[in-house]
Design a protein around this ligand. Sequence first.
Ligand SMILES: NC(=O)c1ccc[n+]([C@@H]2O[C@H](COP(=O)([O-])OP(=O)(O)OC[C@H]3O[C@@H](n4cnc5c(N)ncnc54)[C@H](OP(=O)(O)O)[C@@H]3O)[C@@H](O)[C@H]2O)c1
Length: 378
Amino acid sequence: MTLEERRPATGPVVVYGATGYTGRLVAEELLARGRSVVLSGRSAEKLAALAARLGDGVEAVVPAALDDPAALRDAAGRGAVLANCAGPFAWTGDAVLTAATAAGTHYLDTTGEQDWMRRVFEHHDGALRAAGVAALPGMGFDYVPGDLLCHVVGRDLQPLRRITVAYDTQDFGMTRGTMRSALEMVHGRDVAYEGGRWRTGGARPVREHVRFPAPIGRRLVARYPAGEILTVPRHLQVRDVVARLTAVSIAPRAVAPVVPAATPLLGRVLQGPLKGVLDRAIDRLPEGPPEDARRAVRWTIVAIAEGEDGQRAAGVVEGPDIYGLTAQTIAEGAERLADPGFTGAGALGPAAAFDAAEVLDALAPFGVRWRRDDALAA
Ligand SMILES: NC(=O)c1ccc[n+]([C@@H]2O[C@H](COP(=O)([O-])OP(=O)(O)OC[C@H]3O[C@@H](n4cnc5c(N)ncnc54)[C@H](OP(=O)(O)O)[C@@H]3O)[C@@H](O)[C@H]2O)c1
C-alpha cells in the first residue's frame, strides 16, 4: 500500500489526548468541519464518555498508554493525520511522535514547550524524513500566528539582521495542562538564535520595551522561550531572532515591572522542591477557564524585521480566545496535511509547511486580523 493510500484525504484525524480541555475543543472543531475523528488517550473510561458526548463523527475510540507502543501505533495508523493534544509534551511527545512516524501518519501538536520543539527538529527530523512524514510541533496559538507573521513581514527584506516577535495577552486564564507545561518551560536554559546559530541561551534578564498598536502602546517586555526562535530561521534568512512577552501578560500590573529581572531567578527556583508543591496545587484547580472567560481573552502579536541593509518593516496580528484558536489552527493544519497536494516531510514550522498569508487569512472567520504596520518598526 502506498503512503497516499494509507493517508486518505477524507480519512479521520486521530486526536491523542482527546480527553483534555484542548483535545476536546480540537475534536469538536474537526467534527464541525465535517471531519470524522478517532479519539485516543490513556483513559478508556474518559474516552468512552467523550465519544458518547460527541456522538456522530467519532469513527473509533482507541485507548493507548504511552508505555504501549503497539497500541499507540494502532491508534496513529487509524487516521490521515494525528493531532497530539496531550501535554506536557516533555512527558508525551516522544512516544506519540514515534508511533505516528512508524504508522506513516503526519503529526501536529499543541505544544508551547520550546524544549520539545527543539527535540522534534533535532532528534526526530531524520526518522520523519526517512518515513516521508511531516511533524509540526507548536501548531496552536503558540506559535502559528507569530511564525506566520514573521514570515510575511520579513520575507521581502532578506537577508535579515534581526526579527523580533513580541506577544501581549489580556485576561488569559490558563488550563491545568498549560500550567503544568509552563512549569516544564521555566528553567532558565532557553534556546537563543544569535549570529545565525542556536545556542542554549542562559538566562540573562532584559530591560526592553516594545511598541504595540493602540490602545496597548509601548510595553515593558521579558524574555520568552518561544517556538519562533526555532522555526523562523528555518524559513527566513536571518541572523538573530528575538522573542518577548509583555510583563503584564505574565504578572499582575503591580508586580509586572520586576518580571523581566525576576524570570531567570524564577527558573532556578522552580527546578527545586517547589516544582512538586506547585504540581500538586495545580491538581486541585479547575480544569480550565469556563467558556465565556475563554472567549473573552484578547491577544496581540507584533513582528519587527530589520534587513541587513537597515530597512525595517513591521506587522501585527490580533484575535480572541487562545484555546479556541488552538482548535482552529490544529484543524486548519490537519486539513492541509491531509490534502493529497501536501508533499512536505520532516520537522516543520507553520510557515515552512504552508503559505503564511493564506493560513492567516483562513483564520479571519474566527476573528484573527493581521496587517502590515511599519510605524511599529520606527
Ligand atoms: N501553547 C498553546 O497555544 C496551547 C494551547 C492549548 C494547549 N496547549 C498545550 O496543550 C497541552 C494540553 O493542554 P490542556 O489544556 O488540554 O490540558 P489538560 O486539560 O490537562 O489535558 C491534558 C491531556 O493530556 C493527557 N495526558 C497528560 N499526561 C498524560 C500521560 N502521561 N499519558 C497520556 N496522556 C496524558 C490527559 O489525559 P487524561 O485526561 O487521561 O488525564 C489529557 O487528555 C498542554 O501542554 C498545553 O500547554 C498549548
